[in-house]
Design a protein around this ligand. Structure first.
Ligand SMILES: *[C@@H]1O[C@H](CO)[C@@H](O)[C@H](O)[C@H]1NC(C)=O
Ligand SMILES: *[C@@H]1O[C@H](CO)[C@@H](O)[C@H](O)[C@H]1NC(C)=O
Ligand SMILES: *[C@@H]1O[C@H](CO)[C@@H](O)[C@H](O)[C@H]1NC(C)=O
Length: 500
């Protein structure tokens, strides 16, 4: 009761004070693990601005993404729905993919447009390109877009410069496709992209967008899915060689510098106190890159797996004067961001089955989560296998476990691809409060008191599955080389002639 009152009071203040609804800045890191930030315990990462957000805002310990790989995780973030509904499975989209996030899905940007928001996206889209760029952000509610429409390793990189003065990118990246483009809206500005000036381009774009919106007194939504810290790491002069953590640390520092620039712009334009900044990551660390990948801290395995290391992410909410500093252990996820933003902006929810819950009460009042469950789908979900794991309160039940290529190279033999699919009946059960590392399965057969819990888990699973309608797989529609973005469309031979 007291909580509810406080909650109403807060929202009342928000709505009655400045006429302007809040601005939203959504920061999304790439392949950054639970243990990669200074404020989550990494000893040598240099992230002064993220640490500042964490110190002055709310830091989550139990925040999840919905998929251990990029495209599906992004689909859920922007729609508030599991990727199985929108069809962003199995795996990820490619430069020549025929499919993409269906245009009839409603993104956060589309939720905010009717409220008069200016909307912009910059960075890694990875929700499709398609014929004539039909799946680009400007067709999904964003007024403007600057960025690489997919992963920056999805094109040959062995001859590209990743660090100044001319340190070549590590590895080959994906050969056989066009060089990675930088796009403004639907126009290719550079092909290949210049990694040394890319972050500055983003920073300038964001400064311009925020300044223009603030001058017009227009509420805004900036979505910045960064390429950092995905392989191959890169950084311009301001960050290269400046961290103790090598290429990975420098890439992370470059992202952090941009966050610092964003904060400065929000302060200078006078809108910082009316802006919710939310930071999280798309999936766990790519452990196969060894010291060039991230780390999951105390969590098990990483990218590609449904263990905690693949799915649990750092998350920070910052809003000076509105969100009190603290740490929350409530269960929340990227699915909750759309309903939360909709509530705070006074916007209508899309009339579809949403999986997220409004977490305003967690943010504003350090209240309780409206949901006690989280479903863990593998990279290749199917109706036959359904979810691989389910979290209910402090317990996590694995119905299937499997390692992944992306999680190779650590000593844990459950993580690499050699750990083949294994079914667990009864499910492999962990108490994540006492054992966040999923090291010590609870033997339910020796614990009669847990029989009721197992029944409850089964019931929650079945109830959820009854609501799950798999959307047509967009990724199974395949690829067409002619769809790959090319700055010189009539040239030959492709893909190598797509250089401008
Ligand atoms: C989008 O359209 C497809 C094809 O008609 C349909 O199956 C799907 O349910 C629609 N999705 C939404 C969110 O309306
Ligand atoms: C690599 O870059 C150099 C200098 O820009 C160029 O001369 C060379 O042809 C490039 N090699 C390949 C394989 O693209
Ligand atoms: C934001 O609020 C703080 C605390 O009330 C105040 O000191 C600061 O000047 C405000 N900043 C802006 C840009 O309005």
């Amino acid at each position: 009761m007291a909580l509810t009152l406080l909650f109403l009071l807060n929202v009342g203040l928000l709505c009655s004070g400045a006429a302007s609804p809040p601005n939203f800045v959504l920061l999304f890191a790439d392949d950054l693990g639970f243990g990669d930030l200074g404020c989550y315990g990494h000893p040598t990462s240099l992230t002064p601005n993220l640490d500042r957000l964490a110190a002055g805002g709310l830091r989550f310990t139990d925040f999840y993404c919905t998929s251990p790989v990029c495209s599906p995780s992004r689909a859920s973030l922007l729609t508030g729905r599991y990727q199985t509904r929108s069809g962003i499975y199995p795996g990820v989209l490619y430069p020549g993919s025929i499919g993409g996030l269906p245009l009839n899905e409603t993104t956060i940007a589309e939720v905010l447009k009717p409220q008069g928001y200016a909307t912009a996206a910059m960075g890694k889209w990875h929700l499709g390109f398609g014929a004539n760029g039909m799946f680009l952000p400007t067709n999904q509610g964003f007024d403007q877009y600057l960025g690489i429409p997919y992963s920056h390793d999805m094109g040959p990189c062995w001859n590209l410069t990743c660090f100044p003065p001319d340190v070549k990118c590590f590895g080959l990246c994906d050969v056989g496709t066009v060089a990675v483009p930088l796009m403004y809206n639907k126009v290719i500005k550079e092909q290949p992209v210049n990694f040394l000036t890319l972050e500055k381009a983003y920073s300038d774009f964001a400064t311009d967008f925020i300044t223009t919106s603030a001058q017009k007194k227009q509420p805004f939504f900036l979505y910045y899915p960064s390429h950092h810290t995905h392989y191959p790491q890169y950084a311009g002069a301001a960050a290269a060689g400046k961290s103790l953590r090598g290429p990975y640390g420098d890439a992370l520092l470059e992202f952090d510098n941009t966050i610092g620039n964003l904060l400065t712009t929000l302060e200078k334009t006078g809108v910082i106190n009316n802006t919710l900044i939310f930071f999280t990551s798309d999936n766990g660390p790519e452990l196969m890159r060894m010291s060039r990948g991230g780390i999951a801290g105390p969590l098990k395995c990483g990218k590609g797996t449904t263990y905690e290391g693949g799915m649990r992410e750092p998350a920070i909410a910052y809003w000076p004067g509105v969100i009190r500093r603290g740490v929350t252990h409530e269960i929340a996820s990227t699915l909750d961001i759309l309903p939360t933003i909709a509530n705070l902006a006074g916007a209508k929810l899309p009339e579809v089955m949403l999986d997220g819950a409004d977490m305003t009460d967690i943010l504003l009042n350090q209240g309780k989560s409206k949901k006690e469950t989280m479903m863990f789908y593998p990279t290749d979900p199917s109706e036959m296998y359904s979810m691989f794991a389910l979290r209910l309160g402090k317990y996590k039940a694995h119905f299937y476990t499997r390692g992944a290529t992306h999680s190779g190279t650590t000593p844990d033999k459950d993580c690499p691809v050699f750990a083949v699919l294994k079914a667990h009946d009864p499910p492999l059960l962990f108490d994540l409060e006492t054992d966040p590392s999923e090291n010590y399965p609870i033997s339910a057969t020796q614990r009669p008191d847990l029989q009721e819990l197992l029944k409850q888990i089964q019931k929650v699973k079945e109830q959820f599955e009854a609501t799950m309608v798999f959307g047509e797989s967009q990724i199974s529609k395949g690829t067409d080389v002619n769809l790959e973005p090319c700055c010189n469309p009539q040239c030959s031979p492709k893909p190598s002639c797509c250089h401008c």
